[in-house]
Design a binder for this molecule. Structure first.
Ligand code: M6R
Length: 607
């Protein structure tokens, strides 16, 4: 949600800022802007829509200067217009912001009373106006920002630049991630390591409440209490090349295709080379002391948790509760003794998931997370963070992160089953062996790409799609529907197939495609009965199954997509692929913006 970048050095700032904003555009693309200091004089350029519009503007109206801040926006307060675009400027102050200032109305009223005029509908402008107002009252930049931070409430990553202060940039973080990057005679600030990686490999992640005073030759960090803080400088190894499309038309296509490799990476990390045993990092987890597992996440990561519930309950005999983070955090659920709380997040920065984690801290036996971004807030605030090793995921729709989350969660469920004596040695060996075969099955399943593309041409013409699944395939049906709607803007819903006759069957007619995800497993006959109920009402069924399933039940369906035969426990991971391909090709056929669907952002760091 909004990307921030800052540069203070001896080169022209604008090209650095623009390049970094390209890497941050996945965080928001409603508008973009930069401000620079040219011989102490502050100026800015802003444009609505994609970054390319700002780049065009800069060609016609260049912005010189060797210090600058930049922003790519996901709108919260105020429409995506030029006046509402960041950087916001008030007098001597320019600021970019990620987050929400919750008490901006009170501050606005106070400033209005003091005769300060407003030009935008944003919460962020209040920050610039307040800082400038304080400076007009005689404060210096550091003193003014310190006071602003005392006055504002809410979540923020903030970065300030000041007219007349050629060698100063001030960053502050509370609730939204921010990192300082160290160079030689130059320093940087950015929302994440992806933004900073090509600029420097030495990074400090600011902690909650930190304020950093940055010059070309120094970085001074103070904690929330105003004390000098000695934060660790980490050496990062993010290869900037990883954020290109590697010849694919879209990041999403690249990330779908990468799944065999990244699932293989995750397997190598968690299984011994002979696949005989599971190795968890650090102290691991003692599941014998756990009597209840709590899984909390948002969006696709939530559907990974729903799938994991089936694994932990069926294979490990461990009771599981799954919750949407935005609901969990305000419900004040009791956390009983012996509860293990597990949070799943690709970005590791999702505001609701992070708040849910903080709610559980000190209450749950232990806090675990399954994350992609290893240095994220959720990873850092967990007792044990389990990386999914999916690599940078740039497409807003989560694909490879989902299949890697599932892989790691299944491994964890198997480890829980082993420790709790809920699985026989033979069954464990069988499933670990099956897991090792998963990358090859993903490769084989890619054979369905051309067929899903031609089916998607038809899907792109419809206005609604229904997804059905039973048992472990039900969460995958939900994920398939989410992918379809967020990418193609086609209304898609998912139901547990047994629920069909309790209402949704009224929707069935010859115009509604119904995607049935049903490997030939122990629940197959039941799902197929539900599918027959759809076809008996002229419903148009797309059956996704294996060869045995299609041979047995494929008669009369509109289309069938064949998946390789897979161990039933692993089917939700493999069947993620056709769900992703259907959504991807439907979006391409409709001409929507695949990597940056409207209204969305990759990293949701606001509520
Ligand atoms: O970074 P997170 O995994 O915490 O993000 C959670 C959701 O915002 C995310 O999965 C979202 O639903 C994706 N757009 C789905 O494709």
């Amino acid at each position: 949600m909004c990307g921030i970048i800052g540069y203070l050095g001896n080169h022209e700032a604008a090209p650095f800022l623009l390049d970094a904003l390209r890497r941050l555009e996945y965080r928001g693309y409603d508008s973009a802007g930069i401000a620079t200091l040219n011989h102490g004089k502050l100026d800015r350029r802003r444009a609505v829509g994609k970054l390319v519009n700002l780049a065009d503007l800069l060609v016609h109206e260049p912005l010189p200067g060797k210090a600058g801040i930049g922003h790519t926006r996901w709108a919260t307060h105020g429409a995506p217009t030029v006046p509402n675009a960041h950087p916001h400027r008030a007098g001597r102050v320019a600021v970019v912001h990620n987050g929400i200032i919750e008490n901006f109305r009170e501050l606005r009223a106070e400033l209005a009373e003091a005769g300060v005029p407003f030009q935008t509908e944003t919460d962020t402008e209040t920050v610039a106006l307040l800082a400038n107002h304080l400076m007009e009252g005689g404060m210096g930049p550091v003193e003014a920002v310190t006071e602003v931070l005392h006055r504002i409430e809410g979540a923020y990553g903030l970065l300030f630049l000041f007219d007349g202060e050629e060698d100063l940039m001030i960053a502050a973080r509370k609730g939204s991630p921010l990192a300082v990057g160290y160079g030689v005679g130059e320093n940087f600030v950015g929302s994440d390591a992806i933004a900073l990686a090509p600029l420097t490999d030495r990074i400090t992640y600011l902690e909650e409440g930190d304020m950093a005073v940055v010059t070309r030759s120094s970085v001074e960090i103070r904690d929330a209490a105003g004390q000098l803080a000695n934060r660790e400088i980490k050496t990062i190894r993010i290869d900037s090349a990883r954020v290109d499309k590697a010849g694919h038309k879209h990041f999403m296509a690249k990330e779908i295709a990468e799944q065999p490799k990244v699932i293989g990476d995750a397997l190598r990390h968690y299984l011994t080379p002979d696949s005989a045993a599971i190795t968890l990092p650090g102290e691991g987890v003692d599941f014998t002391k756990v009597n209840r597992l709590l899984l909390v996440a948002c969006g696709t990561a939530y559907y990974a948790c729903l799938t994991a519930k089936y694994w932990f309950e069926q294979i490990a005999q461990l009771p599981v509760e799954v919750d949407i983070a935005s609901e969990f955090r305000y419900r004040e659920p009791p956390i009983t003794e012996g509860t293990l709380a597990l949070f799943v997040s690709q970005s590791g920065e999702t505001a609701d998931t992070l708040a849910a984690l903080r709610y559980c801290k000190g209450k749950a036996a232990r806090i675990l997370s399954v994350v992609n971004v290893a240095e994220s807030s959720i990873a850092r605030e967990s007792d044990l963070a389990l990386p999914i090793l999916a690599g940078a995921e740039i497409g807003v729709a989560s694909t490879k992160a989902f299949s890697c989350q599932l892989t790691v969660l299944l491994i964890l469920a198997l480890e829980a089953a082993r420790q709790r004596g809920a699985i026989s040695a033979e069954k464990l060996t069988e499933l670990l062996g099956a897991l090792q075969g998963l990358p090859a099955l993903f490769n084989a399943a890619m054979d369905s790409n051309a067929l899903t593309e031609s089916i998607s041409a038809d899907l792109s013409e419809v206005s609604d799609v229904l997804f059905l699944g039973r048992g472990r395939m039900y969460p995958l049906a939900l994920e398939g529907a989410l992918k379809m709607k967020e990418l193609s803007y086609i209304h898609a819903e998912a139901y547990a197939s047994g629920e069909l006759k309790h209402g949704p069957i009224a929707l069935i007619d010859s115009h509604l495609p119904v995607v049935v995800m049903a490997p030939r497993d122990s629940l197959f006959d039941k799902t197929i009965s539900n599918m027959q109920e759809v076809m008996a009402r002229a419903g148009k069924v797309l059956l996704i199954s294996d060869a045995a399933g299609i041979a047995e039940a494929g008669d009369g369906v509109w289309q069938s997509v064949e998946m390789p035969t897979v161990a039933p426990e692993l089917a939700p991971i493999l069947y993620a692929l056709p769900a992703q391909l259907l959504a991807y090709h439907t979006a391409v056929a409709k001409g929507t913006d695949v990597d940056q669907p409207r209204n969305l952002a990759k990293s949701v760091t606001v509520e």
